[in-house]
Design a protein around this ligand. Structure first.
Ligand code: HEC
Length: 208
């Protein structure tokens, strides 16, 4: 009997330690995170685009979490500074992603701001990046003989649109591109990144 009691108590203590380390402590650490000054809330069009990003499974190939220099050369790849918890203040659910079949997109709005490029690339990635393994998303567009007066058409490289037809983006892909263009996390974040943290303190110390 004594052994069963020890086993049960041991299991409960182990479980309690695991819950504190993996749930309670992280929760306390990020519970009072504030949005950085440079971060804007999403507009309603951007939020619709975000829903389309989720629905189309973009996050199965794209992460949104540039790592710090000590983990990966993400800054050298042009993916931006390491992200901080405040960067995700308006994100629900967050779309960190774990796969990097394609580049990290947390700063794609800085790197690739062109609406035409993004729309065309979603219609046919290989028209812009030869040999790209990104899937095309043709069902987000309509191929027509002629656009209606209030519709915009894609400016595609020659030979990409079906001959004699125009390609019209559907509202969900226009919103998706607005969301991609909004992914800019270049503003400075406080407190300073750890490797700089010592410098201001040293400067503030009175000279002896
Ligand atoms: C099967 C994996 C896969 C999926 C799913 C996928 N992508 Fe990609 N994506 C890639 C790869 C690989 C590249 C790099 C080659 C290229 O630019 O086409 C890329 C490139 C990109 C780029 C250009 C990034 C840059 O740094 O220039 C954007 C923007 C992008 N993808 C957006 C999306 C969006 C939006 C979706 C969802 C609708 C999506 N991707 C779905 C694999 C994927």
């Amino acid at each position: 009997m004594e052994n069963e009691v020890k086993l049960t108590v041991g299991a409960m203590v182990t479980f309690a330690i695991a819950v504190s380390a993996l749930v309670v402590l992280p929760y306390i650490q990020v519970s009072d995170v504030k949005p950085p000054e440079g971060l804007k809330p999403y507009t309603s069009a951007e939020l619709r685009g975000r829903a389309s990003y989720i629905a189309n499974g973009c996050m199965y190939c794209h992460s949104q979490q540039p790592r710090s220099e000590s983990f990966a050369p993400d800054a050298k790849r042009g993916w931006g500074r390491a992200s901080v918890p405040g960067d995700y203040y308006y994100d629900s659910p967050h779309l960190l992603g774990s796969m990097r079949t394609g580049p990290d997109l947390f700063n794609v709005g800085v790197r690739q701001p062109s609406k035409d490029w993004n729309l065309g690339h979603l219609y046919q990635p290989r028209a812009y990046v030869p040999g790209s393994i990104m899937p095309s998303f043709p069902y987000l567009f309509e191929v027509k003989d002629k656009a209606d007066p209030d519709e915009e058409t894609l400016n595609l490289p020659p030979g990409v649109a079906p001959p004699g037809k125009v390609v019209v983006p559907k509202p969900e892909v226009l919103d998706l591109v607005k969301y991609l263009q909004s992914l800019k996390h270049e503003y400075p974040v406080l407190p300073p990144e750890p490797h700089d943290a010592a410098a201001p303190a040293a400067a503030a110390r009175p000279a002896s």
